[in-house]
Design a protein around this ligand. Structure first.
Ligand SMILES: Cc1ncc(COP(=O)(O)O)c(C=O)c1O
Length: 376
């Protein structure tokens, strides 16, 4: 099997820890184990966690608590894996045969794009486009992309890198397109719960159509990427296919992650974690936006609906990878270029960490932008 390089992950893996300002991170400042255990932490009982193999699909408790977040789901419709990325990998492996096509939302976290042509024959673009009304799904392109060869439609909702949450009407169109050819929907919902303007999590695709696999985990809205907890929620027969494939990748989640995830997904704990995340993104985004406003002449963007990332298109005569490379090598600031999301001239800004530090990084980006503008 040949597979194209996953440009964004390679770029981040190589550089995020080397730069002075990592603005490539898409989550929020991480929780500690102490934060998660809470003020009345029973650290002793946590320390007594046996480091044996846990159940390979995740304990009944963790799966029941995850299911609780998806109206109508039960523990038998959930399997737990190591990160949202493993959930995506296993879901697409379970679905795609050579010859199958994957209709794929762009821009996106491009893992599914590469896997679409590795497990299947090819991936076909379905664009979100930025217009006067903000980011909108290109419905005509969606219907053109979904043909009888399409095995699955993959969306990222809330979207990485734009933060756009599909409207109910857009979700209905995705369902209609998939249903027309009997395709599955794979909905990567890892930013669900990090809404900027609502205390209610954005709607899930689970329950809107019978052939849906939702992938998610604790890395983004739940602020625990280091736990490496992911899951898939789907009809029980599809969960069985995904679980079988898990036998070939990582076998089980980690025993410690199983225990901590069961706690994190208790409804009252879950809501407290999401409230923390929402407080961070609501406090930080206006600061980033005030910086974007100072570049109104070159940037075009839309306020994200959810997540700790914003994407700005720019009007400058420089390719986005080249611009990001200048910012990295000349000022030690890491940004992700539009090229790595299937777009062209644009940059993604992460704003979920220490915002003062972020602003210092952005003042260095100002210097590079001024230089590029001066050379026009
Ligand atoms: C949309 C999306 N899905 C999945 C992942 C990977 O998640 P995890 O770290 O849980 O494997 C990311 C990470 O950036 C992401 O943006």
């Amino acid at each position: 099997m040949t597979i194209e390089r996953f440009l964004m992950e390679r770029y981040q893996s190589l550089y995020w820890h080397e730069v002075d300002y990592d603005l490539s991170e898409s989550g929020v400042s991480p929780m500690t184990i102490r934060d998660l255990l809470g003020p009345a932490a029973d650290a002793e009982s946590f320390l007594a966690t046996a480091l044996g193999y846990p159940l390979s699909e995740g304990s009944e408790e963790v799966r029941a608590n995850i299911a609780e977040w998806y109206p109508g789901a039960t523990a038998s419709q959930v399997t737990m894996v190591n990160g949202g990325s493993e959930a995506n990998f296993l879901a697409l492996w379970a679905l795609l045969e050579p010859g199958d096509r994957l209709a794929f939302m762009v821009p996106n976290y491009m893992q599914g794009w590469g896997l679409g042509s590795a497990f299947g024959r090819a991936s076909d673009r379905v664009r979100l486009r930025l217009g006067d009304g903000g980011w909108q799904l290109d419905i005509d392109q969606l219907h053109d992309a979904v043909t009888k060869r399409t095995k699955a439609v993959m969306v990222c909702n809330p979207n990485n890198p734009t933060g756009h949450v599909l409207t109910g009407a857009e979700m209905d169109e995705v369902v209609e397109a998939a249903d027309r050819v009997g395709a599955w929907i794979v909905a990567d919902e890892i930013y669900r719960g990090a809404e900027l303007d609502s205390d209610v999590a954005s709607p899930t695709f689970f329950g809107r159509y019978e052939r849906v696999i939702v992938t998610s985990g604790l890395s983004k809205a739940f602020a625990m990427p280091g736990l490496r907890v992911g899951w898939a929620v789907a009809p029980a027969t599809m969960i069985a296919r995904i679980w079988e494939r898990h036998d070939y990748t990582t076998l089980t989640p980690s025993a410690v992650s199983d225990r901590l995830a069961a706690l994190a997904m208790l409804p009252e704990v879950r809501e407290a974690i999401l409230a923390r995340t929402r407080a961070i993104v609501r406090a930080n985004y206006p600061v980033l936006e005030s910086w974007l406003e100072t570049h109104r002449d070159i940037f075009m963007w839309d306020r994200p609906d959810a997540g700790a990332i914003a994407y700005a298109k720019y009007d400058l005569p420089i390719k986005s990878t080249e611009l990001a490379e200048r910012v990295r090598t000349e000022r030690s600031v890491l940004l992700v270029p539009g090229d790595m999301f299937g777009l062209k001239k644009g940059l993604r800004f992460g704003f979920g960490y220490d915002i003062e530090h972020t602003m210092k990084g952005l003042s260095l980006v100002d210097e590079i932008l001024a230089d590029v503008i001066a050379s026009v």
